[in-house]
Every structure is written in structure tokens, then in C-alpha cells.
Design a protein around this ligand. Sequence first.
Ligand code: C2E
Ligand code: MG
Ligand code: MG
Ligand code: MG
Length: 275
Amino acid sequence: YEAKSSGTHWHFYAKEMGEKVETRLKIEQALNYAVERNEFHLNFQPKLSSQNGQLVGCEALIRWNNNPEPISVEGFIKIAEESGSIIAIGDWVLETACRQIKSWEPEYGGIPIAVNVSARQLQEETYVDRVLSIIKKYDVNPKLLELEITETVLMKEFDESFFALKQLRKHGITVSIDDFGTGYCSLSYLSRLPVDTLKIDRSFISGDQPSIAVLEMIVAMAKALGLKTVAEGVETQEQKDWLIREGCDFLQGYLISKPITSEELESRFLYEFKK
Ligand code: C2E
Ligand code: MG
Ligand code: MG
Ligand code: MG
């Protein structure tokens, strides 16, 4: 009886595992064709100056319109990274962002766009050349393009990333460390990293007392190193008020706006810039 029972358990377990593998495979395969099938679009989340509340740019966040299974953005990005399709997807994101910068220009002037970059992309030997050639193709002012790279990526591949980022910045592109504070960037690395901005992770903004101490430290450190700071995930007026008090340079979060379509960004935020 016991053997049979555990046998049934094993069978049930294996079936569940099998379903998981199948789902993953389905997603992995769908991602291989998603770019050519035009299944992605970008949403944009505004970033405001904490000094005067003016829009200083926006972050492009990918959305998958036709995913075969319900999955989060983080979830499918991770699968794309593991399977390699992130390279094509990353190029698509960069091209689409550059086209958007260009198409806003005549009506609203230069609106900077920040793009998220995966480890796998940065590790490609041709990455820097590809970024530069896309910029050239769309005739985009490099000052309007910002690349966001997470801290863990930078630490894992310090030397390679260091070289790539240095070149990108030499060409006028802005580089930010995303989700700052969640990794283990040492102070000596941080002072050597060729970056412009620290995006302070949402976990320090939404927390309470202890996070305020950490936030104060990050802002002070950024100031000492000549880096700008962005607070991610600002959700309440209270958080906004103390971030302004603490001297954080830029604010991003649901309090200001969720990521929205380009049309919505135009009507809600860019109209002020209309020429
Ligand atoms: P991220 O770059 O740190 O982006 C911030 C995430 O937090 C976004 O989630 C955004 O919608 C969400 N968020 C913004 N403000 C708030 C807030 O006030 N409260 C809360 N609870 N959440 C907020 P999203 O769009 O689901 O993206 C998740 C992650 O997926 C991104 O984190 C980024 O790491 C990755 N990702 C998104 N688009 C791309 C892309 O085009 N390429 C790559 N490589 N990764 C991307
Ligand atoms: Mg980001
Ligand atoms: Mg982030
Ligand atoms: Mg994140």
C-alpha cells in the first residue's frame, strides 16, 4: 500500500514538473519569434526633477502583447536571458527607443529615454558597436540615451562591463546603476565605475525607519562621488517629501505615473514641451 501511495505521489510530482518544463519551453520558443512577429511594445515611465517637478526624461519598459502564458516582465526577461533571445529583444528595445526619441524631437525637443540592459547584452563583444550604430542610424543625440544596468551585472563582469561602459560614456551616452543597494557593490568599485547615476532600489523607498538611514547614506555617497540619484518606486506624498528633503535628484514611481503608452505620455507630460 505504501509503495503504491508514494508511487502515486511521485507520478503526480513528475506530471507537475513536466507541465512546468512544457510551459517554459513554450515561452522560450515564443520569445524566439516575438520580435519578428511584432509582439512587443514599450511603455514609458516619467522621471521628474525633485527640485521643480519638471519632467527630465522617461524609462522604456518592455511589454509583451502576445505571450502564450501569463508571465511577469521580469519572468520572461529572465527566460530570454537564459535562452539568448534577449540579444534580439534588446536590440529591438534600443531601436524602438531611438526611433521614439527621434519622433518626439520635432514636436517636443529632446526627451531623454532610459533603456534597461541585460548582462547578456553587455557581455556581447559587439555590444558597444551595435549601440553606436543604432544611434547613428536614427541620428539620435547620444545625450538623450541612457542605459540602465543592474549592480549585480556590473559586479559579476567588472572588467568587461567597465570597458564597455567607459566607451559608451565617451560617446556621450548616460549610464545608470539600476536597483542600486540590492547588490554588493564595494565602495572602491563604485568610485571607479564609469557611471553617471544611481537608481536607488524601491525597497529603500517603500520601507520605514532603517531604510531612511540607508537612503541618507546612499545620497551622501553619491554626492561625494559626483553621481546623480534617482528614487525608484515613489508611491506616496510622504515618501516624495522626505526624498526631496534628503536631496535625491530625481523621482520615479506610481505617485507620479505608472509606465504608460507613448501617446499617454505625450498628453499627460510632454504637452508642456510642445513647440
Ligand atoms: P526596473 O528597470 O527596475 O523597472 C522598475 C519596475 O518597477 C517596473 O516594472 C515598473 O513598472 C515598476 N515600478 C515603477 N514604479 C513603481 C512603484 O511606484 N511601485 C511599484 N510597486 N512598482 C513600480 P516592470 O515594467 O514590470 O519591469 C520589471 C523589470 O524588468 C525592470 O525593473 C527591468 O529589470 C526589467 N525590464 C523591463 N523592461 C526591460 C527591457 O526592455 N529590457 C531588459 N533587459 N529588462 C527590462
Ligand atoms: Mg530600470
Ligand atoms: Mg530598478
Ligand atoms: Mg528591477
